[in-house]
Design a binder for this molecule. Structure first.
Ligand code: DC
Length: 230
């Protein structure tokens, strides 16, 4: 029988982590967990309760209300992946807006938020057979993951991808604003005190500025195959 391994994918925003993760989960019949969606859902809760905005953050109040937040993933057969639910409401679309992208890094600096989400993520991975993407998966959530991938690409390429994605959804967005958001999130995610985004020395790095999905996927599958049959 093939071994069910744990695959951790970390990296900067819009580096195609979730695309690769979804393909891997489909191919190997693994669970896919998008941890960014969980931080985004907490940010949506905070925004809807006037606890966070571009110019304010009621951090202590958010901490005291964390017990009101229940997150769950429900698999959508049509889409082929699990959608994010916040207190039993499907928030998959609402969490993907530029507005939430502008608030989420701030919310993700809060240790109490991270503690709650990391505990939930670790529980989802107890049986292996999981591919999880985020910023601290290989460093904090699953430091013993069988395979750690670290994705990177130039900020310009990433902002272009994000611009196309949001435009396709029908959101009115401005390229400069997206580029600024990508760079600002890189800065906050990499310099925060609790669980910053780091390249661990046991991770395999992929710079996909000039590499297509097919090539990356083939290379990553070769790494996975090597682990599950050995
Ligand atoms: O993957 P994403 O762009 O949807 O993530 C949104 C934000 O959530 C990201 O800017 C930082 C934060 N995040 C985090 O701090 N830790 C994770 N494991 C995943 C996301």
């Amino acid at each position: 029988m093939k071994k069910k391994i744990t695959i951790a994918i970390d990296g900067f925003s819009s580096t195609g982590k979730s695309t690769i993760a979804k393909l891997l989960a489909q191919k190997y019949n693994y669970i896919y967990v998008d941890t960014g969606a969980m931080y985004r859902a907490v940010s949506l809760f905070a925004k809807n309760n006037q606890l966070v905005g571009v110019n304010f953050f009621k951090k202590e109040e958010l901490i005291s209300r964390l017990s009101e937040i229940t997150l769950s993933f429900k698999f959508n057969k049509k889409l082929g992946f699990a959608e994010m639910f916040l207190n039993n409401e499907n928030v998959e679309d609402e969490i993907r807006t530029l507005e939430i992208s502008q608030l989420v890094s701030k919310v993700a600096t809060v240790s109490e938020v991270r503690k709650k989400l990391v505990a939930e993520q670790q529980l989802m991975g107890v049986n292996g057979g999981i591919v999880m993407d985020g910023r601290d998966i290989g460093s904090v959530v699953f430091p013993n993951a069988d395979l750690k991938l670290f994705m990177t690409a130039s900020a310009d390429k990433r902002a272009t991808r994000r611009y196309i994605e949001l435009n396709d959804r029908g959101d009115k967005v401005n390229f400069e604003e997206i580029l600024f958001n990508v760079q600002e999130r890189d800065r906050i995610d990499s310099t925060r005190e609790d669980s910053p985004l780091i390249l661990t020395n046991d991770a395999v790095e992929f710079d996909n500025s000039n590499m297509g999905i097919d090539e990356q996927f083939d290379r990553i599958c070769a790494l996975v195959d090597n682990l599950i049959i050995s």
